[in-house]
Design a protein around this ligand. Structure first.
Ligand code: SF4
Length: 194
């Protein structure tokens, strides 16, 4: 199955919607859930093989660069980089969850700024074309944190696609690592019952 070449518009739309109002960033939860739902249903990387908007964006950007793309370093394709990214992903989700719970339960002020790699603040405020009144502060906090995580991983993916093969990010993408582990465990289990 080929990845649709226009799916990258969904990624661009996602980041643009964040400029309309940051709460649209919560749509990222849907993007994160669908690959896992498809994985548990089919025991295949259905999302990666045909529906991933980020893969479409990486292809688009990577293939439009000038010059020949280099093969990705072995550290990415066969080394520990995928585990490092998985750990980053786990730490990031833990941080998002704990800080959102603190805002919701302890009345801590929401962090209304973007941060790359969890800790690096971006030196500008997100323009907000539409202000929504009455939103719970923890939802605002969660939205900024989610947008930050999506932005971080997209920027890493784009940088890799410009330096190496367009889909180098896919070799270290946490969704891919989780999927591979799940499929391998499931296959082993099925073989044990045969
Ligand atoms: S590995 Fe990640 S970025 Fe690549 S296709 Fe799968 S989900 Fe998308």
């Amino acid at each position: 199955m080929k990845n649709n070449r226009y799916l990258y518009l969904i990624v661009l739309g996602y980041f643009l919607l964040g400029l309309v109002n940051i709460h649209f960033a919560l749509l990222g939860l849907v993007c994160m859930s669908i690959p896992l739902i498809l994985l548990f249903k089919n025991t295949q990387k259905t999302w990666c093989q045909g529906y991933c908007p980020r893969a479409s964006l990486l292809n688009k950007v990577g293939k439009s660069r000038l010059g020949r793309s280099k093969a990705s370093p072995k550290f990415f394709s066969r080394g520990n980089m995928k585990w490092i990214m998985l750990i980053y992903f786990g730490i990031s989700l833990t941080f998002i969850t704990i800080s959102t719970l603190r805002v919701a339960s302890a009345g801590v002020a929401p962090m209304e700024m973007l941060r790359l790699l969890i800790v690096i603040p971006l030196p500008f405020d997100m323009p907000q074309l539409i202000e929504l009144s009455g939103m719970a502060s923890w939802l605002t906090h969660l939205s900024y944190r989610f947008y930050s995580m999506m932005l971080t991983t997209t920027l890493i993916g784009l940088t890799l696609s410009l330096l190496y093969k367009p889909r180098t990010w896919c070799s270290v993408c946490p969704i891919s690592t989780i999927s591979s582990q799940y499929i391998s465990q499931k296959t082993k289990k099925n073989q044990a019952f045969e």
